[in-house]
Ligand binder design. Structure first.
Ligand code: FES
Length: 167
């Protein structure tokens, strides 16, 4: 039953749980009123609740034209050195990491058993999967645990204040 619950509601410390705590105020009650999905445009520069939950502030710049084939994924000051985060962009879940000021991106899905790499631990350029601890070097995608495996990585470009990823 707990596997089904995890599939439906997400992991206890996963992105869905964090968003649910902020958006739902920690409650699982769902507002089914007709206006429950409406959200008025924000009039100030404070981060939206979801961005606060993920610690992604400032929000990704909207006035940047990314290089051809790239997508703007976050503001370069939103992710501190040594941190990694899961981001959904263009329908893909990717993990973006700040390695001592240099950004790296890879698929969020661990090649071992689909662990969420955006919730992993970063040590230098080595990212450890939170599920079984497989280790990957983000500089080239090599797996330090299993030499037969390579992690899919994405090119990253910095455009003014924006971290852009070629998907
Ligand atoms: S799922 Fe990543 S190490 Fe097993």
């Amino acid at each position: 039953m707990s596997l089904v619950k995890t599939i439906l509601l997400g992991r206890p410390n996963g992105i869905r749980s964090k968003l649910r705590k902020v958006v739902g105020g920690g409650s699982r009650d769902v507002d089914t009123s007709p206006d429950s999905s409406y959200s008025a445009p924000r009039q100030d520069s404070r981060p939206a609740p979801a961005e606060q939950a993920l610690g992604l502030h400032p929000e990704a710049p909207k006035d940047i034209t990314p290089p051809e084939g790239y997508e703007v994924v976050l503001h370069k000051d939103a992710l501190k050195p040594g941190k990694v985060v899961e981001i959904i962009i263009a329908g893909k879940a990717i993990a973006v990491a700040n390695v001592d000021g240099e950004f790296h991106a890879c698929t969020n899905s661990c090649p071992h058993a689909d662990g969420p790499l955006g919730e992993g631990e970063l040590d230098g350029s080595v990212l450890s999967c939170p599920y079984h601890g497989w280790r990957f070097d983000l500089s080239d995608g090599s797996c330090l645990t299993n030499a037969d495996v390579t992690l899919k990585t994405f090119d990253v470009a910095i455009e003014k204040d924006a971290v852009c990823v070629r998907l």
